[in-house]
Design a binder for this molecule. Structure first.
Ligand code: ZN
Length: 342
């Protein structure tokens, strides 16, 4: 269907880099390029068993601060996704966050009793006059606790970005999307927001969705409940302070799929759904812009949720062609919220 064929195999991607660095890159990310969800590794041991140091802030930081002289290794699952996509149980605790209701009443965020934090200031570039809180998480009836894609019967897709890395790249990608009339979803890492707090407003002012991608982008599934919850709530607290909302989505770090346990923790933190994806661009492996475009164009279809990353030059080089391709095929790039809204 697509004029652009997907790469034939992983070696196509590997060719772009050299040995160890590339292998390391491929072994890391929000996901694993080779292992799909369905491998149903039992919740715990699946990730973190590899060689990626589990406790470092992660190569994203390395990229940003210039330590990454070779292929930038994106922090992520060394050995693949952990756990299954769960239809696994609607979380039982915590209230529904439907509509305007904020979950904060039951959540351990910060010490601020108020809801009007707006410290980011409304006057960031983008020109919005919005000063109210950003949208809160919602429950989307009919969708599982872990969402991989939207409806297959409507020509819309969601481009979702790991939010970390050089803010100049982030701004460029947002501008590219906006020029094409596209809206995206950014899952921000909390430490990134600490360094670049204005990005939160920039993203919202562009009409995009903003969500939580943990505080430090570590392997949360290796942590105790308390530690993992804290990774979620620490980022949520940043989002709340900057935007008045904990963000509409949560996506765990270093894995494509959240375990049922992480889903429960996310629910406890106020997120009725965990946002996965069904198309992996592999942009974090720096395979070249053409390979990124090809990979996505070859797999994307109605309802797809695509994993992309801020922080990589290939993504910047690939996005305009990718948006062109979507346009030609009549696939609208919308926020995840819009994708799922009937
Ligand atoms: Zn990530």
């Amino acid at each position: 269907m697509s004029p652009i064929a997907p790469p034939t195999d992983r070696r196509t991607l590997l060719r772009a880099g050299t040995g160890a660095a590339l292998t390391a890159a491929l072994g890391t990310a929000c996901t694993s390029p080779s292992v799909r969800s369905g491998t149903a590794t039992p919740a715990g041991p699946a990730d973190g068993t590899g060689t990626t140091p589990p406790t470092r802030p992660g190569p994203d930081a390395g990229l940003a601060d210039g330590t990454g002289t070779t292929t930038p290794t994106h922090p992520a699952t060394p050995s693949g996704p952990d756990g299954m996509t769960g239809t696994g149980g609607t979380p039982t605790d915590a209230g529904s966050t439907g509509g305007a209701a904020s979950p904060y009443g039951t959540n351990p965020y910060g010490t601020h009793p108020d809801r009007t934090n707006g410290t980011a200031g409304p006057g960031t570039p983008g020109g919005s006059t919005r000063t109210r809180s950003a949208p809160a998480p919602r429950r989307f009836p009919g969708h599982p606790a872990q969402i991989e894609h939207g409806p297959r019967n409507r020509p819309a897709v969601a481009l979702t970005f790991h939010g970390q890395g050089d803010p100049a790249i982030a701004r460029t990608l947002l501008a590219q999307a906006e020029r094409a009339g596209a809206r995206v979803t950014v899952l921000a890492v909390g430490s990134w927001l600490d360094e670049h707090p204005a990005m939160a407003r920039r993203i919202l002012d562009g009409g995009h969705d903003l969500g939580n991608h943990t505080q430090r982008h570590l392997t949360v599934s290796d942590m105790t409940d308390a530690e993992a919850l804290r990774e979620i709530t620490d980022c949520a607290a940043r989002l709340r302070r900057l935007t008045g909302s904990i963000g509409t989505w949560f996506r765990p770090s270093r894995t494509q799929f959240a375990t049922p346990r992480i889903q429960r923790l996310a629910h406890r933190a106020g997120y009725p759904h965990v946002l996965s994806y069904d198309v992996d661009s592999l942009d974090f492996t720096s395979p070249g812009a053409t390979a990124v475009t090809r990979k996505v164009a070859g797999e994307i279809r109605n309802g797809s949720v695509v994993s992309l990353h801020f922080g990589y030059a290939d993504t910047v080089a690939a996005l305009p062609a990718l948006l062109d391709d979507l346009h030609r095929r009549g696939l609208r790039a919308v926020t995840t919220t819009e994708l799922l809204t009937p």
